[in-house]
Design a protein around this ligand. Structure first.
Ligand code: FAD
Length: 582
């Protein structure tokens, strides 16, 4: 059941599996393991419950859940040298469902080449697209959009699941700009082709967004996977349980005479100074605390780079230089144009009566703008094959059919940290860097588990990343210059008007932030590789009793908003764990 106090746990404080983090991945594990009634599962979540949190239900209010709220870890990135030394919020969900309860609900899986590269790099073909795509069908349930419109031509049904756990739907509130976007894919089809469905492994081109929304409500890992799991008698979920470290419980002798530390216990507490509880796992601890907190917990447990641990006075149990390294993220560059007329949503943000009316419509029948995600159309694109940067930089895309950048059409002003001007209507075409070559890190700032770690994604610190966004800005202007936008788009806003390389670069460095997709900090690599944190079965290298299942294991960031790839990893991991239970 759903527990609120450690006194409600099993008396012997022992479970078969303990999952750290009731987030996107953790709830998948809890659900699938609990299908076996003899398996006792404990899920520990540092955050609060999502029940009764209206903004976690109303799709269009999703962006109000972070930053600076009780549902957010409220992290800030280190000053980004590539972004004029700016630092800014780095949201992570801190409630049941984790980021799946606060994210913007775009739902996709990435390029087939992301998975095929993973299979090649790890020497494990079970990660290939053709093997992993079967998990789409257990994960996903395509449902009608909120407005019940006919969806022929907006997706390819065969690519999707209809009987899975998480509801997914196409946009449920038509907006004036939709037709102009689709018309542009016809008019400028060579550069911006139409993609009939990005969910089948082919991501290139622009098409209709799929969202983790069902019946006009957010579909999170909590409202689906966890809700189902807690009805079973063999799962305990404890909220306000902040895991502070894994505890070594012994050493295990491996066949060739090696001994490795076993970690089958962990400690958690409500907060600084509160009592500490130790719980034990007979079989495994599954770390699903996300790309920032999973490496933090490893480091607090003495698992990580020796020098970094010594620097904060943590005794080294397992020296692994890769823990917390290789942080990469998609970069969000909002390109704003001033538009004519009043069909943009900006008025909803300016006039409370309009927002209230929209909310009332949602309350009454789960329709209208509030039932919708933030974007109806997006797409993935490549730099030209003969772009000069490829003379000096090897193409970082995961394959020739994978992308370098993404375009996202928003029917409103989006400019993180910069308030909406009091007048005017806007459209934002986000250009997001999808194949970054910059890599950063997560490090402890102290041995205090309640202190935020240092998060430094090192955004835009390579020539390729700057080049790719510069060219993406130019491409966005070509997109917005199509006849389809005549009479609507008025002019570029602010620094978007720049044309020289130097001026565009300056604009990019001022304007860019995060798409909230950190991965890679506990990377999966081939068995026996000297670099990496987990093996292809997601078990922690050089240890016993710990598996990592969350965004941190992706060594290269996929061509997708990251929840779908995390769900697939979690479904696959759960199947692997269940196989090992026989
Ligand atoms: C604002 C925002 C918008 C986003 N928009 C999209 C989008 O539109 N589409 C998309 O695909 N992706 C989006 N993402 C990214 C996506 O949601 C994440 O990549 C994905 O959900 C991460 O899943 P996870 O399982 O790795 O981690 P999480 O879902 O973050 O789960 C980690 C869980 O562990 C808990 N936890 C952490 N530390 C501890 C601890 N010490 N003890 C106990 N519990 C702990 C956390 O509170 C959390 O519940 C967005 C993310 C954010 C923040």
């Amino acid at each position: 059941g759903l527990l609120t106090d450690p006194s409600q746990l099993r008396k012997d404080l022992t479970y078969d599996y303990i999952v750290v983090g009731a987030g996107t991945a953790g709830n998948v594990i809890a659900n699938r393991l609990s299908t076996k009634p003899n398996i006792k599962v404990l899920v520990l979540e540092a955050g609060v419950s999502d029940q009764g949190v209206l903004a976690a239900q109303v799709p269009f209010l999703g962006p109000t859940l972070t930053p600076g709220t009780p549902f957010d870890w409220n992290y800030t990135v280190a000053a980004q040298t590539g972004l004029n030394s700016r630092s800014f919020p780095y949201p992570r969900g801190k409630l049941l469902g984790g980021c799946s309860s606060v994210n913007y609900m775009v739902h996709q899986f990435g390029s087939s080449e992301d998975y095929d590269k993973l299979a090649r790099d790890t020497g494990d073909s079970s990660w290939s697209w053709n093997k992993i795509r079967k998990f789409i069908h257990v994960h996903e349930k395509i449902v009608p959009p909120a407005d019940n419109h006919r969806t022929e031509g907006e997706f390819i049904p065969e690519n999707h699941g209809t009987k899975g756990t998480l509801s997914v739907s196409l946009p449920g509130n038509a907006q004036g700009i939709d037709k102009r976007v689709i018309d542009t894919t016809k008019e400028l089809s060579a550069e911006f082709p139409f993609n009939p469905d990005m969910g089948g492994g082919d991501v290139l081109g622009i098409g209709w967004t799929q969202n983790s929304i069902g019946g006009g409500e957010r579909s999170s890992s909590s409202t689906t996977y966890l809700a189902e799991a807690v009805k079973r008698g063999n799962v305990d979920v404890l909220i306000s349980a902040h895991v502070t470290k894994l505890v070594q419980t012994g050493t295990t002798k491996l066949p060739r005479g090696y001994t490795v530390p076993a970690f089958r216990a962990l400690q958690f507490s409500k907060g600084p100074g509160a009592p500490v509880t130790t719980v034990r796992a007979k079989k495994e601890i599954i770390l699903s605390a996300g790309a920032i907190n999973t490496p933090q917990i490893l480091l607090l447990s003495g698992i990580g780079p020796r020098q970094d641990l010594q620097a904060v006075g943590i005794p080294v149990i397992l020296d692994n230089p890769s823990v917390g390294k290789n942080l990469s993220d998609h970069i969000l560059l909002p390109n704003i144009f001033q538009v004519k007329g009043s069909e943009s949503f900006d008025q909803i943000f300016r006039v409370p009566a309009k927002a209230n009316a929209a909310l009332e419509q949602w309350v009454n029948n789960r329709t209208g703008v509030m039932a919708n995600g933030v974007t109806n159309n997006l797409g993935f694109l490549r730099l030209p094959n003969d772009a000069p940067i490829f003379k000096t930089t090897k193409d970082p895309a995961t394959g020739p059919k994978a992308s370098h950048w993404e375009i996202i059409a928003l029917n409103f002003w989006l400019n993180p940290g910069v308030p909406l001007p009091p007048a005017g209507s806007f459209i934002t075409f986000i250009s997001a860097l999808i194949s970054p070559t910059s890599r950063g890190f997560v490090k402890l700032s102290s041995s205090d588990p309640f202190e935020a770690p240092i998060i430094d994604p090192k955004m835009l610190t390579t020539e390729f990343d700057v080049f790719a966004l510069r060219e993406a800005v130019r491409a966005v202007k070509r997109f917005a210059g199509a006849n389809a936008w005549k009479g609507y788009i008025d002019r570029p806003f602010g620094g978007l008007a720049s044309t020289s390389d130097a001026d565009i670069d300056a604009y990019v460095r001022v304007q860019s932030t995060t798409v909230f997709h950190p991965v890679g900090t506990a990377s999966m690599t081939a068995k026996g590789k000297s670099w990496g944190v987990v093996d292809p079965d997601l078990k922690l290298k050089g240890a016993e009793g710990v598996r990592i299942v969350d965004a941190s294991v992706w060594p290269t960031i996929p061509n997708a908003h990251t929840q779908g790839p995390v769900y697939l990893i979690a479904e696959k991991a759960a199947a692997t764990i269940l196989e090992s239970c026989h």
